[in-house]
Design a protein around this ligand. Structure first.
Ligand SMILES: Nc1ncnc2c1ncn2[C@@H]1O[C@H](COP(=O)(O)OP(=O)(O)OP(=O)(O)O)[C@@H](O)[C@H]1O
Length: 295
């Protein structure tokens, strides 16, 4: 799935502009951005719930159709199941709407509810479940019909760690079948753990997109320096950007390019006299990349 030049205006306000990225088969992509950055609006356009003002969504290289989208699994921000209906009936009905035979739909629904630890609650109304369990049912609704692509709006919010793990295991089975998954989240630790690809939106525009590894590699050349004494001496080396000094340890960034090697040697040479015990490359975490991108 690919989006190209996607944009949406509300009145004279542009909330998504010139958005482009792709989802790879069998890869989980994390969709990040501050509140109001435009993630939900983008997902709605991908799913055809909201008409784009500009741009297009491509599936297998051609503009996506309603029939293609019917084979997507979508968990909308507003969720969408009925609070007063029994969960198994509701899921089985949705499965039928998505083209499954009635017995298959019921079986699929039962199996998913079982996997989410809700096998005993199949006859209960949605509203009688805790919020986290309601969330599990909403997720199950997106997974019923063996989707080819999953678009999930904050699927992990409100889930306890055990529920997150069972959801992750379940999504893993979809990834292994080559399903593309896009999910939005504010939980950077989860995105870091789960996603090979990352898309970061800032005020409706693409700030960063790529594999998590590419993003880390494109970050600053950061080193951690450990000394037996105060590491403040790193400030004396011109051309080195000191990120932090905390007693005997320091974090420094070196510029990329011609000077890198010289500066590294300079730090090492000075460090030997200052009791340096560690000089190690550190890669930025996703949280650091995110903060840089949306600063
Ligand atoms: N129907 C609408 N009419 C007018 N403005 C809208 C509409 N839908 C969304 N917006 C605006 O578009 C902007 C982007 O909203 P969106 O919900 O896509 O952001 P988000 O990244 O999903 O945020 P969050 O992380 O808070 O869920 C917001 O400023 C929002 O107020």
């Amino acid at each position: 799935m690919r989006v190209r030049g996607l944009g949406r205006d509300f009145g004279d306000r542009t909330v998504v502009d010139d958005l482009g990225f792709r989802l790879r088969p069998g890869v989980m992509t994390g969709f990040l951005g501050s509140n109001g950055a435009g993630k939900t609006t983008s997902m709605r356009m991908i799913m055809g719930v909201l008409e784009p003002s500009r741009g297009e969504v491509l599936w297998n290289g051609v503009p996506i159709t309603g029939a293609d989208r019917a084979r997507f699994g979508y968990m909308p921000e507003e969720r969408g199941l009925y609070p007063k209906q029994r969960i198994l009936d509701q899921l089985a009905y949705l499965g039928r709407l998505r083209g499954l035979e009635a017995p298959v739909a019921k079986e699929q629904a039962r199996e998913l509810l079982d996997r989410f630890g809700l096998g005993e609650r199949t006859g209960d109304k949605l509203e009688s479940l805790s919020l986290g369990n309601q969330q599990r049912v909403q997720i199950a609704a997106a997974l019923l019909h063996e989707p080819e692509c999953l678009i999930l709006d904050e699927p992990f919010s409100g889930l306890d760690p055990v529920a997150v793990d069972s959801m992750v295991a379940l999504l893993g089975t979809f990834l292994r079948r080559g399903v593309s998954i896009l999910f939005s989240s504010h939980q950077l630790d989860l995105v870091e753990r789960l996603c090979e690809d990352v898309v970061i939106l800032e005020e409706g525009r693409l700030a960063v997109a790529g594999t998590a590894q590419e993003l880390r590699d494109a970050g600053p050349l950061r080193y951690r320096i450990g000394s037996t004494r105060d590491a403040g001496w790193v400030r004396e080396v011109p051309g080195v950007e000191v990120v932090d000094v905390d007693g005997p340890t320091a974090l420094v960034d070196l510029p990329r390019g011609g000077e890198t090697e010289g500066l590294r040697r300079e730090l090492m040479t000075r460090g030997v006299d200052r009791g340096m015990t560690e000089f190690a490359r550190v890669q930025p975490s996703l949280a650091e990349i995110y903060r840089e991108a949306v600063r």
